[in-house]
Structures are given as C-alpha cells and as structure tokens.
Write a protein that binds this ligand. Structure first.
Ligand code: SF4
Length: 283
C-alpha cells in the first residue's frame, strides 16, 4: 500500500500508559514523524489508521468497535502498538480481557488471548472492511520501532530499504508436563479468574495441602469447609470452593488420584508438596 501521508487516530484499549508515552515521543520534534507525513487526527472520521494500545478489555471492546467503524471505509489500517495490543501481553488470558461469547474456544484450554486480533476478526465476520494490521511488539516498543511500523504501513520501507527474508526450522518441542503439574497449573489458571493476583499462590498452596491430607472426596469437602470457617474473607472462601470443584473435575478427567491419600508417594512439584498415586481409580 502506498500512501503519501497518514492521519492516525490513537485508541487506548486499556493500556498502562507506557505505550502512549512512546507513541507521543514519536510525534515530538526529536523523532518528528511528520517528516514521513504522519499526523495525529482528532477524530476517527478523519483517520487513515488507528494506533491501538492496550490489551482490549471488555469495557473498551464496544467503544473500540464503534471507533473503527467510524473510520472512512478505506484504508482502515490498524497499527497495534505494544505487546498488549499485539497479543494481550502481561494481561494475556486475564479476566478483564474480552473474548467472543460465541467463541468456539470455550473452556480452560482455550484462553482469552487479548489484543486487537479478536476485534478485527469480529469486524471482518460482520462484513466490515478492515485493512492491514501492523503489529509492533515491545513493552513498550521504542519510538524507532513505532516509526518503522508506521513506515511499513506507508509502504516506505520497501521503497527505501532492501531486506532479505529467511526461515529457519525450529528444532524445539514443548515439554510434556507430568500430570500432577498440569493439574496444578490448571488450578492456578482457574484461580486467576476468581482472585486475580490477590494471594493466588498462598491460596493454591493451602488448597494443595488440604488435598494432600484428605483421604476421600467427603473429607476434602469437610477440610475445605473448616478452612473457610477459619478464614472469613469471602474471596478466599469462594476461591477454595471453586478450586475444589475444579480439582474434582480434573481428577475425573485425567483418571488420577492426586492427594487424598496419606500413604501415596510424595512428589515435589516446584516447591509444592503433592501426594500422587497413579491408577488408583476414582473415589
Ligand atoms: S505493552 Fe507494556 S507498556 Fe504497553 S500497554 Fe502493555 S504493559 Fe503497558
């Protein structure tokens, strides 16, 4: 795409302000984006491109959609600035992140990814034209990287620089975690939706200790109820009850006995003591 100039509208979809500072740095006389014909537009109605920062939270989703729809029908370039806008960044799979309600990616295995991707998909599914999306990762990206991304959108890079593309075969395989570690990680993920970062590790550690002590499902339930009585904070009680349900679901799913048997061999999993017994049948 070749454009002589680019009017760009800035849209914040839940950023921490780090990316904004770098973006505005690009517009100062030091980096002087105007020499490339880049100007900040005051309204999406005047903008060729939308510079998006932030992970696209549930609260900003609908406003962002309206803003993109308000742009002229073409070229509607989206410039995702920062890792948050590209893929969710540190908010990846977090509870405030938007996920399409009808998304087939339901369940724990299909996380809320975050980033502008979901919104672009939704708009395209609705038949709205959305132009190319330029991703500029970095937390935050440096002004030079933002300028490079914008120059790419303007088609200036091909004109002024000659690059080479190469691919490399990746010789890397994801490790297969032991089943007890997978259960622990799944519980940890589930907990994130309930309490965020509020004492997440402490609650999980207490739960795993109770699960290690319990001899049966009923005993686990009783231990958790006692624990909730001792800890009147409703957030902790809710988290423990959610963990109990999730733990029983995972136990059923994997067909494993994790904890609930004092005689089972003890497995050390990243600092958390988990009693593990293989193929013991469900109780
Ligand atoms: S990418 Fe980093 S700097 Fe930018 S909004 Fe996200 S957390 Fe903030």
């Amino acid at each position: 795409m070749k454009l002589r100039s680019l009017y760009i509208f800035h849209l914040d979809t839940g950023a921490c302000n780090g990316c904004e500072i770098e973006l505005f740095d690009v517009l100062t006389p030091y980096y002087d984006a105007e020499r490339l014909g880049v100007r900040l537009a005051a309204s999406p109605r005047h903008a060729h491109a939308m510079a998006v920062t932030g992970p696209l939270t549930r609260q900003t989703y609908y406003a962002a959609k309206e803003a993109i729809k308000a742009m002229p029908p073409k070229p509607r370039i989206i410039v995702a600035i920062g890792t948050c806008a590209c893929s969710g960044g540190i908010f990846y799979n977090g509870y405030p992140i938007y996920r399409r309600p009808e998304s087939p990616r339901e369940g724990q295995e299909y996380p809320r990814r975050g980033g502008i991707f979901e919104l672009v998909q939704d708009l395209r599914d609705e038949g709205e034209y959305v132009g190319p999306v330029v991703y500029i990762p970095g937390c935050p990206p440096r002004p030079e990287e933002i300028l490079y991304g914008v120059a790419l959108a303007l088609g200036l890079v091909e004109k002024r620089a000659k690059g080479e593309h190469y691919t490399e075969e990746a010789g890397f395989e994801l490790p297969e975690y032991p089943i007890e570690e997978r259960i622990r990680l799944s519980l940890r993920e589930r907990l994130k939706y309930v309490v965020g970062y509020f004492d997440r590790e402490g609650i999980l550690r207490d739960f795993m200790e109770l699960a290690g002590k319990a001899e049966s499902v009923e005993e686990l339930h009783r231990l958790i109820e006692d624990y909730c009585l001792r800890n009147p904070d409703s957030r902790i009680s809710l988290a423990m009850r959610v963990l109990e349900r999730e733990f029983l679901r995972l136990k059923e799913k994997y067909g494993w006995e994790v904890g609930m048997n004092a005689k089972a061999p003890q497995g050390e999993v990243r600092g958390v003591q988990v009693a593990v017994k293989r193929d013991a049948g469900s109780r």
